[in-house]
Design a binder for this molecule. Structure first.
Ligand SMILES: [Zn+2]
Length: 411
């Protein structure tokens, strides 16, 4: 017995053939043309059905604080300082309300899975965790949300932070993160984070090598620790904007190192563009600071594109649309080939799902019925046209519906 049939869908990997998708309970149970059933059906007229978008790197706890901050330089140090000042007055209710606003936006844009990075330190304590943690259960009807705890203001230089990270892991954070570039001992922070990951058997997702030059990069140290701990496939690094200053040979060597160690890389195009290159802006145009991830894919590195910050000093933008982020990335990184454009689509869908080790993902019989209908016919065009989400389903239930815009011609 079917509950819902999505008719005339285009599904990646099936060419131009249109198919129906049958859903029973929370599962996809049939993918074949013209399913005979009188269950409720929607005819999507040849539009693209894809598994939901996967945002591996977003900060719900510090989203929507633009009105409390004062940015003039627009660089990373100022953003960290302004956010730290704002954090002092965070309360669980305040964090909860802002995080909810951003989370609902992401759901409306078709996100089905999300990893939110959450800060703890002696200043904010566990108040942000208290604000965000209830949302995991409250919004499970629409999105799988997991929390990555990390020390934005340093770990070894900031006494009390270690204990708070451990407490957050005990209370249900499923991933541990890092920001070694704000630590007095970057390698020491990386080593301690690997220890915590081993102790709690959780994955690692670090902010890493966020800066404008290629000096003192730490990805090699992360790869070494990944090998030593047999953590390949369980480690991701985000930003890595320093790699945009590497020579092409250096960039290729980094790609091979990451691929060999099984370390994935997440690009945050909106933040990286906004924060990088500020030091050059006095007498030259600012260089951009976004890693060309599609070139890393060619070397076997898994990569995702994610939102990162929303309406705060790190990024005063944000509609939480990952298809827009893929389009932004494609523009910046001069993506033109259709296969690379398709990869931009994969970097907000199946590739981040792989990064987060979500096994129950994909348009296949037996998988969870988590999918979106895009107003597009194929992935590359969905990226090129920033195709809107018309419907989203989570575990078989419709969670989002959006009417396509209509032209109102004169009579
Ligand atoms: Zn981040």
């Amino acid at each position: 017995m079917l509950d819902t049939v999505v008719r005339n869908a285009r599904v990646i990997g099936r060419g131009a053939e249109l198919t129906d998708i049958g859903v029973s309970g929370s599962r996809i149970v049939a993918i074949e043309p013209q399913i005979a059933s009188d269950a409720r059906s929607i005819d999507i007229g040849g539009r693209l059905v894809t598994s939901g978008f996967v945002d591996t790197h977003i900060h719900l706890d510090k989203s929507c604080i633009l009105d409390r901050c004062n940015s003039t330089r627009g660089d990373l140090a100022e953003a960290i300082g302004e956010a730290a000042k704002a954090k002092a007055s965070f309360t669980p209710d305040d964090v909860n309300a802002r995080a909810k606003r951003t989370l609902e936006k992401a759901i409306l844009q078709g996100a089905s899975h999300m990893r939110t990075h959450l800060e703890v330190d002696p200043g904010v304590g566990l108040r942000s965790l208290d604000g965000v943690l209830p949302l995991v259960r409250e919004y499970s009807w629409a999105i799988d949300l997991e929390i990555c705890v990390f020390p934005q203001e340093g770990l070894l230089n900031n006494p009390g932070t270690d204990e708070l990270m451990v407490e957050a892991l005990k209370r249900g954070c499923r991933v541990v993160g890092a920001a070694p570039y704000t630590d007095s001992d970057p390698h020491g922070q990386i080593d301690r984070v690997f220890e915590m990951a081993r102790e709690f058997d959780v994955d690692i997702d670090m902010h890493l090598d966020f800066g404008s030059t290629a000096d003192n990069m730490t990805f090699d140290h992360v790869c070494r620790r990944t090998d030593e701990n047999s953590y390949g496939g369980r480690v991701a690094i985000g930003h890595v904007t320093q790699a945009t200053s590497l020579s092409l040979a250096g960039f290729e060597a980094m790609a091979k190192r990451l691929a060999g160690a099984g370390v994935a890389l997440t690009v945050l195009p909106s933040t990286d563009l906004y924060l990088m290159g500020r030091g050059h802006a006095h007498d030259h145009n600012a260089p951009r600071g976004v890693v060309p991830a599609h070139k890393l894919l060619h070397h076997g590195v898994n990569c995702s594109l994610s939102t990162n910050n929303v309406l705060n000093p790190f990024t005063p933008f944000g509609d939480c649309s990952l298809i827009r982020m893929a389009n932004l990335y494609a523009n910046i990184c001069q993506v033109g080939a259709v296969t690379d454009m398709e990869e931009c689509f994969h970097m907000v869908t199946r590739r981040p799902a792989e990064l987060m080790r979500i096994s129950d993902y994909g348009i296949e019989v037996g998988k969870s019925a988590d999918f979106v209908v895009l107003d597009a016919s194929e992935p590359a065009l969905a990226v090129a046209e920033v195709a809107p989400v018309l419907y989203a389903f989570k575990r078989g239930r419709m969670t989002v519906a959006r009417e396509p815009a209509k032209l109102l011609r004169p009579a």
